[in-house]
Design a protein around this ligand. Structure first.
Ligand SMILES: Cc1ncc(COP(=O)(O)O)c(C=O)c1O
Length: 383
């Protein structure tokens, strides 16, 4: 079976985890601090705050930027549902805009029409590794006094060209960018997340909130000669990353550029081989460079599930593409959200026609050929 994804974890990560365990300090401590510094340096951000996941990173970032009850946040329904959940955790209302049919990302041309006096922020997503047009999105936000949070869950190592210079996603181009280290991502810590930003005040707020709003962290009290009593000036959360995860993360980050280079090669091979098939290969704008966290094709007019089943039966795992929160009962029946009058036709078309193909470190060129051959056969068999 050719799997859909596979994390690359080796002896280095096992040794780092073991060292963290044997050090006696296993949750947020020196390794978390090191991982934060390394990640900030890698992305070019001023600050990084490690969290337990990207979902908690998104909640912290929105909260830290002042999003609260009754506010509106412009975002996409076409994302993993955690994007929208984070808005609801703040008591805010998600206002959906449609996505571009080629990049699968928020269409900046649709944002202005969604802005109301209640709009507080824009939560854009760099979907499956492909940078969204964050430069255009930030320009609109600044015109209207809105905050921008980037959901960069899948985007470690992706780049965007701004003023002729390539910059890493997470620099951060908005007010904060949030990453995931779930095993389906390009680098993993098992679970885990990170918020990057350039505002020391925001970073301080995030670091307070993620550890119960504890005024003096346990690491500081542990190393102090005098007795210090901490305070809790606000209600906080336990969104900590452990030092065991951070130890793994430090090693994963060293591999990131190599992993992205390998994924880019495999994606280019796919794109060439798919040219003869009746599918739409992903589009990369000239100003974007994806890490190819996922490689999704669209199969318009073809039976998505039957193609996936035929490939599965012949030893190739696939996944359907990104779903839409507004079609899930969590939002269609229970939680408030706002859809544009014309609905979200592009978001729905992508969900209904998208198929994610296998792409993982160590995948051979032969395996890419096999996947494309099986896709071709599957299409022929269901026509
Ligand atoms: C776009 C997006 N946002 C948020 C998340 C949530 O990440 P985590 O599982 O680290 O909470 C994911 C995970 O797949 C995602 O793809």
């Amino acid at each position: 079976m050719i799997p859909i994804a596979k994390p690359l974890l080796g002896e280095e990560e096992a040794k780092a985890a073991s060292e963290a365990i044997l050090s006696g300090w296993v949750t947020q401590g020196p390794r978390v601090k090191q991982f934060e510094e390394d990640f900030a340096a890698y992305t070019g951000a001023g600050f990084a705050c490690a969290t337990s996941s990207c979902t908690t990173a998104l909640h912290l970032a929105l909260k830290g930027l002042g999003v609260g009850s009754g506010d509106e946040v412009i975002t996409v329904s076409h994302s993993f549902i955690a994007t929208v959940n984070a808005v609801r955790y703040c008591g805010a209302v998600p206002v959906f805009v449609d996505v571009d049919d080629r990049t699968f990302n928020m269409d900046p041309a649709l944002i202005e029409a969604a802005i109301t006096p209640k709009t507080k922020a824009i939560l854009c997503v760099h979907q499956i590794g492909m940078p969204c047009d964050v430069e255009a999105i930030v320009a609109i936000a600044r015109n209207h006094g809105l905050k921008v949070v980037e959901d960069a869950a899948c985007c470690a190592g992706s780049e965007i060209r701004i003023n002729g210079k390539w910059e890493k996603i997470g620099r951060a181009h908005g007010d904060a960018a949030c990453f995931s280290f779930h095993p389906r991502k390009v680098i993993t810590t098992g679970d885990g997340g990170m918020v990057t930003c350039n505002d020391p005040e925001l970073d301080g707020k995030l670091k307070l909130l993620r550890q119960h709003s504890m005024s003096v962290p346990d690491t500081v009290r542990h190393n102090a000669k005098e007795i210090i009593f901490e305070e809790y000036p606000a209600m906080g959360y336990n969104y900590r990353m452990t030092d065991i995860q951070a130890g793994i993360g430090i090693e994963q980050l060293k591999r990131l550029d190599g992993l992205v280079a390998e994924r880019r090669k495999l994606a280019a091979l796919y794109s060439g081989l798919l040219a003869d098939l009746p599918v739409v290969a992903p589009h990369q704008p000239a100003w974007a460079s994806s890490n190819w966290q996922s490689y999704q094709v669209l199969c318009p007019g073809l039976p998505q599930k039957a193609i996936m089943q035929a490939m599965q039966d012949n030893g190739v795992a696939t996944r359907r593409g990104i779903m839409n929160a507004h079609r899930e009962r969590a939002y269609s029946e229970n939680e408030p959200c706002v859809l544009p009058g014309q609905g979200l036709p592009v978001s729905e078309m992508i969900q209904d026609t998208g198929i994610i193909l296998p792409l993982f470190p160590g995948m051979s060129e032969e395996q890419v050929h096999t996947v494309v051959d099986e896709l071709k056969k599957a299409i022929a068999s269901v026509k």
